[in-house]
Design a protein around this ligand. Structure first.
Ligand SMILES: *Cc1c(COP(=O)(O)O)cnc(C)c1O
Length: 397
């Protein structure tokens, strides 16, 4: 089976069969090669592999057959030329940026970044002489002003965490490409099922496999999607020697997670939409944020850019922290957790957890108040979730 044959398959087929590389034993499920090293038939073979003249593995920091199967399956889903697996989503974000940046370069990023992404852009990269500008919203003039001749990378997340703001990937990519900057999109919230940033102009896409791709709370992992040239010339030299390699075991878990990704995400989106509608009807709820609702400011953009509204619902309770904590205390199905994309529905109070460190002023600028709760909708019966949430919010224990 050549790579081209697999590309003609529909998405569901790629997710189940893409990248499958059976051993001579003919196992049905993918084999888990739990090894770090490789042996060679003879010294000539070893020499040829080290010289890059013969195909084959040399060391698991460089590659492993189970990791390759995961990379190939995700690559076929994304429709990109290349995929490089990493130990976590943050290893993917840092690797994708650090491999191409040097002192004197400038990065433009959306302000509403995942906490650790914010730390990389505002604290870690500046230590190596990389400057940054943070941008809010979708005004093309604001992006045009921020992206200058020495901007090398534009980094953005859409929908954003936790306010689910949608950024126009095509608009930002056009502006970035005019000055030769590359666009890196963190596609974790949208998932590779709902949004294809490269088709909209992005150059590089990063994932936390920990979220929807595993989707069952079992392991960490990440991936960088790019052109073959970017992987060969920029990612490989950086990642091979700095070592954030994905473990074969985690690659196997993520590979099996991909088989059910589309089914899970579709179900979670339908459930999230129903939950959003149910929450809107509650008098104690001030506002529900979900990209498919008429009240969402970028509803039309979301409909163009994503094939559904996503698995996350954010809502604001009247009152503040006390009312929010009271509601959390009364939940009996939904768990309190800052994780997301899981089979189990999870809810978090961003102001006291994920967005605690950025301070009150930054929270206010991002529209994160004390009454806000962020829900990751799982795979439970939708009616059970609606019952649990409406009961907890209405004050019924
Ligand atoms: C979780 C997450 C990451 C980081 O992924 P890890 O696997 O936890 O390292 C990056 N970006 C977003 C949007 C995330 O939700």
């Amino acid at each position: 089976m050549t790579k081209d044959d697999c590309s003609r398959w529909g998405e569901a087929t790629r997710l189940v069969r893409g990248g499958l590389d059976r051993s001579p034993h003919g196992e049905t499920s993918e084999a888990l090669y739990l090894n770090s090293g490789f042996v060679y038939e003879d010294a000539e073979t070893a020499a040829a592999r080290f010289a890059g003249e013969a195909d084959g593995y040399v060391y698991a920091r460089y590659g492993n057959p189970t990791v390759t199967m995961f990379e190939e399956r995700l690559r076929l889903l994304e429709g990109s030329q290349a995929c490089y697996a990493t130990a976590s989503g943050m290893a993917a974000v840092f690797g994708a940026l650090a491999c191409q940046l040097r002192a004197g370069d400038h990065v433009v990023a959306s302000r509403a970044l995942f906490g650790s992404c914010y730390q990389i852009v505002t604290n870690i990269l500046p230590r190596f002489g990389v400057t940054h500008t943070l941008v809010d919203g979708n005004d093309p003039d604001v992006w045009r002003e921020a992206i200058t001749e020495n901007t090398r990378c534009v980094f953005l997340e859409t929908p954003s965490n936790p306010t689910l703001e949608v950024i126009d990937i095509a608009m930002v990519s056009d502006i970035a490409h005019k000055v030769g900057a590359r666009v890196v999109v963190d596609n974790v919230f949208a998932t590779p099922i709902l949004q294809k940033p490269m088709a909209l102009g992005a150059d590089i896409v990063v994932y936390s496999g920990t979220k929807h791709i595993d989707g069952q709370g079992r392991c960490l992992g990440g991936a960088i999607m790019s052109t073959a040239a970017f992987k060969e010339d920029e990612l490989k030299p950086f990642l091979r020697h700095t070592g954030p390699s994905l473990s074969p075991f985690n690659a196997w878990v993520l590979l099996k997670g991909l088989e059910t990704l589309k089914l899970r995400v579709r179900h979670q989106c339908a459930s999230a939409r129903a939950v959003a509608d149910a929450l809107r009807a509650l008098p104690a709820v001030e506002r529900v944020i979900y990209p498919e609702l008429d009240s969402h400011p970028q509803k039309a953009l979301a409909a163009r850019q994503m094939t559904a509204g996503g698995t996350m619902v954010t809502f604001v309770l009247k009152g503040g922290r006390e009312e929010a904590f009271d509601a959390l205390r009364r939940l009996s199905i939904v768990d309190i957790s800052n994780n997301l994309g899981d089979a189990k529905s999870l809810i978090t109070h961003p102001a006291s957890t994920t967005h605690r460190n950025i301070g009150e002023e930054a929270r206010a600028a991002m529209g994160i108040g004390e009454g806000m709760l962020r829900l990751s909708v799982g795979l439970e019966e939708t009616d059970d979730l609606i019952g649990d949430l409406t009961g907890a919010i209405a004050g019924r224990a």
